[in-house]
Design a protein around this ligand. Structure first.
Ligand SMILES: Nc1ncnc2c1ncn2[C@@H]1O[C@H](COP(=O)(O)OS(=O)(=O)O)[C@@H](OP(=O)(O)O)[C@H]1O
Ligand SMILES: Nc1ncnc2c1ncn2[C@@H]1O[C@H](COP(=O)(O)OP(=O)(O)O)[C@@H](O)[C@H]1O
Length: 190
């Protein structure tokens, strides 16, 4: 079997925009293609790796840099890493992109605050809108949308399957999917 090319698919978007859902769907699709995959989900990372951090800018930035660092380590060893953290600050996302060199795919998981609040997957928006959660992204804290993401999915207008197809189409045309002639071992070596 040929060696796999590692890379990081960086999903960014509001709470409830669809990051975790798409991370899992993409994981399944890539596993079916024989690709080793790891997900670094904001929720989980905060439970195990970033327990000490809050949601002020410094806390969020430190969280994102930890996720970026772990992602790069895994990607360097042939893993397709999917991250699912809000990652609200453009500059911090650019820092983790630079850390990776090539092999970094930013996916803007776009959904309006209104759509996310309507979904309210975890009941957090209701609480945030009542002022019970300080610094809640999109309600009382900023979200800086990507300016030039590799892929944008608009989850309030697309099904999960359609959003997944867009991401896979990008990975395919950019030569990331197995079966294509891809360069090896370049993730984050720069
Ligand atoms: N103040 C505030 N703002 C936004 N989100 C909050 C907040 N407090 C708790 N939560 C919950 O934490 C999840 C986001 O964590 P992340 O690590 O992805 O955030 S960040 O990237 O560091 O900004 C987020 O999970 P997702 O809904 O999966 O995005 C929320 O469940
Ligand atoms: N195109 C889509 N992509 C991803 N999720 C979608 C889409 N359309 C609707 N959804 C729904 O939106 C919700 C997103 O929740 P979740 O994945 O937990 O968001 P996040 O991880 O960004 O907080 C889920 O209930 C999911 O079924």
């Amino acid at each position: 079997m040929s060696e796999r090319r590692g890379y990081t698919v960086w999903l960014t978007g509001l709470s409830g925009s669809g990051k975790s859902t798409l991370a899992q769907a993409l994981q399944q699709a890539l596993i079916q293609r024989g690709q080793p995959v790891e997900i670094l989900d904001g929720d989980e990372v905060r439970e195990y790796l970033s327990t000490d951090l809050g949601f002020d800018r410094a806390g969020r930035d430190a969280n994102i840099k930890r996720i970026g660092y772990v992602a790069r380590l895994l990607a360097r060893h042939g893993v397709a890493v999917i991250t699912a953290a809000i990652s609200p600050y453009r500059e911090t996302r650019e820092t983790v992109r630079e850390l990776h060199g090539n092999n970094f795919i930013e996916v803007y998981v776009q959904a309006s605050v209104e759509a996310c609040a309507k979904r309210d997957v975890k009941g957090l928006y209701q609480r945030a809108l009542r002022g019970e959660i300080p610094q809640f992204t999109g309600v009382s804290d900023p979200y800086e949308a990507p300016l030039q993401p590799e892929v944008t999915v608009v989850t309030e207008r697309e099904t999960v399957a359609q959003s997944l197809a867009k991401i896979l189409a990008y990975l395919e045309q950019a030569g990331y999917l197995p079966g294509r002639d891809v360069s090896l071992g370049t993730a984050g070596n720069g």
